[in-house]
Design a protein around this ligand. Structure first.
Ligand SMILES: [Zn+2]
Length: 422
């Protein structure tokens, strides 16, 4: 064994007092016995959890954190974000701003992200540098983006990236058309074909606002989920971000097709897009995961806080405090994420990939300790994460990122942002 850690292990199905052993990139042992290892960590009061999985984000948007707030999605996106992206999003800004976001994620116990943006080869480069797990998707739109003239070019980029990272241990390339209101049917069909041909996940924004529902209904006569189902986009390799405005019939379709819904509660609240029927979807057997969206609409990437939010908002939506209990909520960022991404992550189990986060129960906001699910969802935040392990390697420990120079990253992003202000 290379590394052995003692603590309260949240698998997340069960909880046990014991040890987790890592050999290479794998979890090699989970149990009560103290095994021999190169390094053993036996600090008291540790909570060992699966590395958290953020299934919807736009990492480089940290460049616009706090720049444009308090607007409606349509106004925010078309009048501010799209023009800002045209001007300031390039290879250099995507690399440094994505890396800044990755540091924030890792410090909050997140080991895997699903990103949809531009210049994704730079996101992949940053991801390799920090050593975390990334699912990267070149944003596909029918109009010009900062790095593609049209959807054809963006699709070609996606295909090139998939070839480049075919055998990569940390990077998976996905097909990421923006939405049914910004991408034509023909393009969506091409995207799906590519995802089937190359066995890539298909990721799209769906049913985020009432405006979107009206636009899609006007164009197609159908609700967005129905429309996507009609063109055979939905299957177990599809991840739909948002799904706020969905009918019971559409929830039934999502369950039948085994598609994943990624809820994005804080961004939806900030843009007043609505509250997704998350608990209803879970009760009806839909695989639900969780994401933060980009830092321009959240405005942080703290997934522990995001789980707190989704649980409390669902209790309010259903007017039932027993809804969206802590244990079920933890599944969104762990086991359900692993299922959506078809990877052996999200669980602490022998043979699974060693992606782990360690929370310090010695912090004042976590004392006393009775129940790990309660603490993780209702009390903890990124601040309480003390160690993050990806693919068997410790990349964050004792407040320090081991793989990249945090000070350099902060300095570079400040430099880039000074031009945005000016
Ligand atoms: Zn998004």
């Amino acid at each position: 064994m290379d590394l052995l850690i003692k603590g309260i292990v949240v698998t997340p199905q069960d909880v046990m007092d014991g040890y987790v052993g890592i050999k290479g990139s794998q979890i090699a042992y989970v149990g009560k016995e103290r095994k021999k290892a190169e390094r053993t960590i036996e600090t008291p009061h540790l909570l060992i959890i699966p590395g958290l999985i953020n299934t919807h984000t736009h990492l480089a948007m940290s460049l616009f954190r706090g720049l444009v707030d308090d607007l409606k999605l349509k106004d925010w996106l078309y009048n501010y974000i799209f023009p800002l992206e045209k001007k300031f999003i390039n290879k250099n800004s995507v690399y440094w701003c994505s890396l800044l976001s990755m540091i924030e994620l890792v410090k909050g116990g997140v080991t895997t992200f699903v990103d949809m943006y531009f210049f994704e080869e730079e996101v992949a480069r940053a991801c390799k540098d920090i050593g975390m797990r990334g699912f990267i998707g070149e944003g596909i739109l029918d109009f010009p983006t900062p790095d593609a003239k049209n959807s054809k070019e963006a699709l070609e980029k996606t295909e090139e990236l998939s070839e480049k990272f075919k055998e990569d241990e940390l990077i998976d390339v996905i097909v990421a058309p923006h939405s049914a209101y910004t991408v034509k049917r023909k393009t969506l069909e091409r995207c799906k074909q590519l995802s089937l041909d190359k066995k890539m996940l298909f990721n799209i924004h769906v049913a985020e606002t009432k405006d979107e529902i009206e636009t899609v209904e006007e164009k197609t006569g159908k609700m967005p989920v129905e429309y996507l189902n009609d063109m055979h986009v939905l299957d177990e390799y599809t991840i739909l971000a948002h799904c706020i405005h969905v009918t019971d019939k559409e929830i039934e379709v999502l369950k039948e097709k085994k598609s994943t819904v990624c809820c994005v509660p804080e961004s939806n609240m900030k843009l007043a897009s609505g509250v997704a029927p998350v608990w209803k979807m879970i009760k009806n057997g839909v695989n639900v995961t969780i994401g933060t969206d980009g830092s321009a609409s959240n405005n942080d990437l703290d997934l522990l806080q995001e789980m707190d939010t989704v649980s409390k908002v669902q209790k309010l939506r259903t007017m039932d405090p027993t809804a969206m209990d802590a244990k079920n909520t933890l599944f969104l960022a762990t086991a359900n994420g692993g299922k959506a991404l078809h990877k052996r992550i999200g669980k602490i189990k022998e043979g699974y990939i060693a992606d782990l986060a360690i929370v310090d129960l010695d912090d004042v906001n976590l004392i006393p300790y009775f129940n790990p699910y309660s603490h993780l969802i209702y009390s903890a935040s990124a601040y309480n994460v003390k160690m993050t392990i990806v693919n068997g390697k410790i990349i964050y420990e004792k407040g320090r990122i081991n793989t990249v120079d945090e000070e350099e990253v902060k300095q570079k992003v400040r430099e880039i942002a000074s031009r945005v202000k000016g």
